[in-house]
Ligand binder design. Structure first.
Ligand SMILES: *Cc1c(COP(=O)(O)O)cnc(C)c1O
Length: 361
């Protein structure tokens, strides 16, 4: 053969939540679970400073940021690794733990990046069934084999919005073989005020065989800067530092992240805003036969099973008015549902108004 060759992957590429509509200038994007209140003013001030330099390489170890994280979350800075989004940390974990033919267990409707990175390194992805769109501890345990190396869960999960309670998470770790790494993705932990919930970090800070993922893309409002972090045993963190690209997190992102952790007012405002509007929208949609998960993170999974309209019809009609939700058909394979991110006050009110008009037709 005279042509170049490369590996073939049996992977459906990740499709992000849509962010534009043809011919429409003003859109309302409620498709990617980004911060409803944007970025905090304190962070904006820091990153618009005139003396900000770009010509030096960033600190490859994100030292200042790891210090700030360890203070804020009362954890060991030597057990933290920063990534270009938690995404990159997932990728590094797969590179570190998975050989071809090893098995990674992911719940049926879990966040897509786990299966994508696991497959890229040649591992087999084993799907554990869910019960009523919720991760099932017993179904995960059923899938464990000699080849199982990692179990991934997001808690609460995206896109279902359901979560394992504190006791279920502890039970999962207890019943899972000790030499299997449990990865708990806490992407939405800050939003969670439910009494039966505890974050992976709070529960498993000291566990050698649990790895925690955190991100600055959601409540901290830094999606575009690509920054997140992982927390694991020193042994795992040291090994990850060997395979980590040397300057993976850019300097602006590091500065912004440090500042975002300090702005407690912005974070508490975001939490209040989210609970208020998620509850309001959930109740509002219920009137139209659209049900959803119990309020948890900054999004709702809308179920159209008992609604006179189909999810797809609703989606298309919102789109005509410039409002974008996340289809859960591609990738997640969840039919007749849509994921809705909680937006700003203005966006939420507009969403409700347009919804009313769609049902009046
Ligand atoms: C949004 C999200 C992330 C964040 O990914 P980044 O790469 O940090 O932007 C991670 N996990 C889950 C479950 C998410 O929904």
């Amino acid at each position: 053969m005279t042509t170049i060759k490369f590996k073939k992957f049996d992977i459906e590429a990740y499709k992000p939540g849509k962010s534009s509509i043809r011919k429409l200038k003003k859109i309302i994007k409620l498709s990617a679970n980004e911060s409803a209140l944007g970025t905090s003013a304190r962070v904006k001030k820091i990153i618009s400073k005139k003396n900000l330099n770009f010509f030096r390489y960033p600190d490859g170890k994100s030292k200042k940021l790891r210090n700030e994280i360890s203070k804020k979350f009362d954890c060991d800075r030597e057990k933290i690794i920063c990534g270009a989004g938690s995404d990159e940390v997932i990728q590094m974990l797969c590179q570190l733990f998975l050989k071809p033919k090893d098995e990674a267990i992911v719940p049926q409707y879990s966040f897509l990046m786990y299966r994508i990175y696991a497959k890229i390194v040649g591992a087999n992805v084993i799907f554990a069934k869910e019960k009523k769109l919720k991760v099932s501890v017993s179904e995960i345990l059923k899938k464990v084999s000699k080849k199982t190396k990692i179990v991934f869960i997001a808690n609460p999960n995206n896109p279902t919005g359901t979560y394992l309670t504190k006791f279920e998470l502890i039970e999962l770790r207890k019943k899972l073989r000790k030499n299997i790494l449990l990865v708990v993705d806490d992407a939405y932990a800050e939003y969670m005020k439910n009494k039966d919930y505890k974050s992976g970090l709070d529960l498993f800070k000291k566990k050698e065989n649990v790895f925690i993922l955190r991100t600055f893309s959601k409540i901290y409002g830094l999606s575009s800067l690509r920054i997140g972090w992982g927390y694991g045993s020193r042994r795992v963190i040291n090994a990850l530092n060997i395979i980590k690209p040397p300057f993976n997190v850019n300097g602006v992102a590091q500065k912004a992240a440090v500042e975002s952790l300090k702005d407690n007012k912005f974070i508490s405002r975001s939490i209040k805003h989210n609970i208020f509007y998620a509850t309001k929208i959930k109740d509002f949609l219920n009137n139209y036969g659209i049900s959803s998960n119990k309020v948890s993170a900054n999004f709702l999974l809308l179920n159209f099973a008992k609604c006179k309209l189909k999810a797809k019809y609703f989606y298309e009609n919102l789109k005509k008015k410039g409002i974008i939700l996340r289809s859960t058909e591609d990738g997640y394979k969840i039919k007749n549902m849509l994921r809705l991110s909680i937006g700003s006050k203005k966006e939420n009110l507009r969403f409700m108004k347009v919804t009313e008009s769609i049902f009046k037709k």
